[in-house]
Design a protein. Structure first.
Length: 154
């Protein structure tokens, strides 16, 4: 799928569209993605700041989808666990930038070369317009290379 179509489909996906979550940038190689969310009456909490569930939704499942595109069909990729640490109230527009580096890919390929599962951990910061961290989300993914017919299980 092209990054343009990927971005378009996710931007009209009801759970994101309905919360005001938008993908503002996606790299042609799927290794960088930026998501943003403006504060609206429909995505704020009782104290008029960003609803925590919407902040978490900004991070789910983008790393998994990116890694699936980067690694290709030879790999199984799932979200396994997540943790969110709220640092300060989120107001205005908030953004999160996801990066998958060459080192990330090299490590994943090496750790899964013989069919083993690997649980890489990624931490991202959701930031406000001033660049201050509103919250940190740590995601653990499950990654395993699919077994080929000529592979022997380990």
């Amino acid at each position: 799928m092209s990054p343009f179509v990927f971005k378009l489909l996710l931007n009209v996906y009801p759970p994101y569209w309905g919360t005001g979550i938008r993908i503002s940038k996606i790299a042609a190689d799927y290794r960088e993605l930026i998501v943003q969310m403006k504060l609206h009456w429909y995505n704020r909490n009782y104290v008029r700041t960003h609803f925590g569930g919407s902040l978490y939704a900004m991070t789910d499942p983008f790393l998994m989808l990116m890694l699936m595109q980067v690694l290709g069909r030879e790999y199984i990729v799932w979200d396994q666990t997540a943790r969110i640490d709220f640092i300060k109230p989120g107001r205005g527009t908030v953004r999160v930038k996801f990066l998958i580096t060459d080192d990330d890919v090299t490590t994943i390929e090496a750790r899964t070369a013989h069919g083993e599962k690997y649980l890489p951990e990624f931490t991202v910061a959701i930031r406000d317009d001033a660049g201050e961290t509103v919250c940190r989300v740590t995601k653990t993914l499950y990654v395993r290379r699919k077994q080929r017919d000529n592979d022997t299980p380990t």
